[in-house]
Design a protein around this ligand. Structure first.
Ligand code: SF4
Ligand code: SF4
Length: 276
């Protein structure tokens, strides 16, 4: 089963939940798809065993063949190739490697070069669990390709936990394609609620079943429960705000290995989602 852990915004505890689910499961692999800001590795004591370079193609224009017809600039959705007065300018960092410009160039003036856009690091734990963490290079605008490569890592008969990018961006959508279930992590605040609503809409549009974990529970904001009840959305668990949890987090410790109450809550989520 493939499970995505999502949040409407950063800072709700999405990564904390992902790594603690990973810690409490057997036969599990963790994919950190939050490629603009991966941080699962901070909480995991694992050995790095390899790195995959993720490359993308970008166009190079042959000025001799090019007649400045403008077709490449018209098809590019990302302003990565712009025919100017005397030559075509290419902005490789903006290119999404879609192949459109080469396809429409009747002069056959475009070839593609390759550049590294990020890496995927493979880690292994002493218990033989696998963890992959993707990271986008500074200056690159889209991590979708790295996420697609993470998604393509095939694991049979194990639970896959996907730590997704926050929000509802293209990168988030790419990370949850093909998942069987999604866990939304939210917090009981007006921002938490409004950002969660967008994630709920995205998951419903994609037909992905989901439940909610309320983090930092105990803050007085009843609207979140009213909304979840009105929308008939299951609350998988409520995790209270405790200074001790914040302390473990700040120390880079796995909370579920340190605190029995927290561990029971993680196991409860596992039971509800996986039936284990
Ligand atoms: S489509 Fe080809 S010929 Fe036309 S401007 Fe672009 S590179 Fe030049
Ligand atoms: S490959 Fe696609 S994104 Fe890149 S420059 Fe060409 S049309 Fe634009």
């Amino acid at each position: 089963m493939k499970i995505a852990v999502l949040s409407g915004k950063g800072g709700t505890g999405k990564t904390t939940l992902s790594v603690n689910l990973f810690a409490q499961l057997n036969d599990v692999v963790l994919l950190d798809s939050d490629v603009e800001e991966p941080n699962s590795h901070i909480f995991l004591d694992m050995k790095e065993i390899g790195e995959i370079d993720v490359v993308k193609k970008y166009p190079i224009v042959d000025d001799v063949k090019c007649n400045l017809c403008g077709a490449c600039g018209e098809i590019c959705q990302f302003n990565a190739i712009i025919p100017a007065k005397s030559r075509v300018m290419v902005f490789a960092d903006l290119c999404h490697d879609c192949g459109g410009c080469k396809m429409v160039c009747k002069q056959n003036a475009i070839i593609y070069a390759e550049k590294s856009m990020g890496t995927i690091t493979h880690y292994k734990s002493g218990e033989n669990k696998d963890f992959y963490s993707g990271i986008l290079r500074i200056g690159e605008v889209s991590g979708v390709k790295i996420i697609e490569e993470l998604r393509a890592l095939s694991y049979n008969n194990v639970t896959q936990i996907v730590d997704s990018p926050p929000g509802t961006s293209c990168a988030t959508v790419a990370s949850i394609e093909e998942v069987d279930y999604a866990i939304i992590v939210t917090e009981p605040t007006p921002f938490g609620l409004s950002d969660m609503k967008m994630v709920v809409e995205m998951l419903r549009n994609m037909g992905i079943p989901f439940g909610v974990v309320i983090n930092k529970a105990g803050l007085v904001f009843d609207e979140i429960h009213q909304y979840l009840s009105n929308e008939k959305i299951e609350i998988l668990e409520e995790i209270p705000f405790k200074k001790q949890y914040a302390r473990f987090y700040a120390q880079g410790k796995m909370i579920s290995n340190e605190d029995e109450d927290y561990r029971m809550k993680i196991k409860n989520i596992i039971t509800k989602v996986l039936g284990e």
